[in-house]
Design a binder for this molecule. Structure first.
Ligand SMILES: *[C@@H]1O[C@H](CO)[C@@H](O)[C@H](O)[C@H]1NC(C)=O
Ligand SMILES: *[C@@H]1O[C@H](CO)[C@@H](O)[C@H](O)[C@H]1NC(C)=O
Length: 240
């Protein structure tokens, strides 16, 4: 892929090679497209107490629409075996620590994330791989998300700003936003369930294909659902 291609969402005329330029499959035709977001959640309230966990990496068209379920012929049923068989056991181990579900099996959660969101990236289509092996697209997706997640140490960023899990203290949206923005230079979306913070969305354009491209952080397209103050950032339960 040419290194001079613009980032996604910046130039629709670059959509000539959809293996090199992330064009996204969407339900509507967009003139400009972008991709994001990496969504990290504290809900499910599970996993290591000093880290957030992964929700997923979701494509988003430039107008805020989320294309979903783009290619059912590439839905897979055994992500664990795909990762093991294709030499990605380290990624699998990491996912079993940091990419967890608490209302279904991890396996089901991962299948859902790939089927619903991963199949919508044009640069992850099977035709984009030389010597494509079945499931290589999904394995590459999970490796990419894990790599990106490791660049976003949310717990540490909040902690550096004095924002730590607490059953009694509350925080303002400005405080949370400032702590993340101090690290990334851009705004994120903060999602709350009533007044409880459960998710942060980080937004990116990508220059080049998803597997090897440069994720360029951008300001969030959407405000999250948290109110401006009284936000609870609750500790994970001690038996996790
Ligand atoms: C858009 O991309 C095409 C192909 O890469 C390039 O020729 C053109 O100059 C770009 N336009 C802008 C405004 O960046
Ligand atoms: C801002 O980031 C720097 C590191 O780049 C860190 O040392 C500092 O504690 C951060 N400040 C806040 C308020 O998060």
């Amino acid at each position: 892929c040419s290194s001079s291609l613009p980032a996604s969402c910046q130039n629709s005329t670059a959509e000539t090679d959809l293996c090199c330029f992330e064009g996204l499959h969407g339900p509507t035709v967009q003139t400009m497209r972008c991709r994001g977001a990496l969504v990290l959640g504290t809900d499910p309230v599970t996993g290591p107490t000093n880290s957030w966990t992964i929700h997923g990496l979701w494509p988003n068209s430039c107008d805020g629409e989320y294309p979903e379920n783009c290619d059912s012929s590439r839905d897979y049923t055994d992500i664990t075996s795909l990762l093991e068989d294709q030499g990605a056991s380290d990624t699998l181990d990491y996912m079993n620590t940091y990419w967890l579900s608490d209302d279904e099996s991890n396996e089901k959660f991962w299948e859902h994330e790939w089927d619903t969101h991963g199949t919508c990236y044009t640069t992850l289509e099977s035709s984009c791989f030389s010597d494509y092996e079945t499931g290589e697209d999904a394995v590459t997706f999970f490796e990419t998300v894990v790599t990106l997640f490791k660049t976003l140490p949310t717990y540490d960023w909040l902690s550096s700003a004095g924002i730590t899990p607490s059953s009694s203290q509350t925080y303002t949206l400005d405080e949370l936003q400032a702590a993340v923005q101090n690290a990334t230079g851009v705004s994120a979306s903060f999602d709350c369930d009533d007044d409880e913070l459960y998710q942060i969305e980080y937004w990116f354009n990508v220059q080049g294909p998803v597997p090897s491209g440069d994720f360029v952080a951008i300001d969030a397209y959407e405000a999250g659902s948290c109110k401006s103050s009284g936000i609870k950032y609750l500790p994970k339960s001690s038996d996790d």
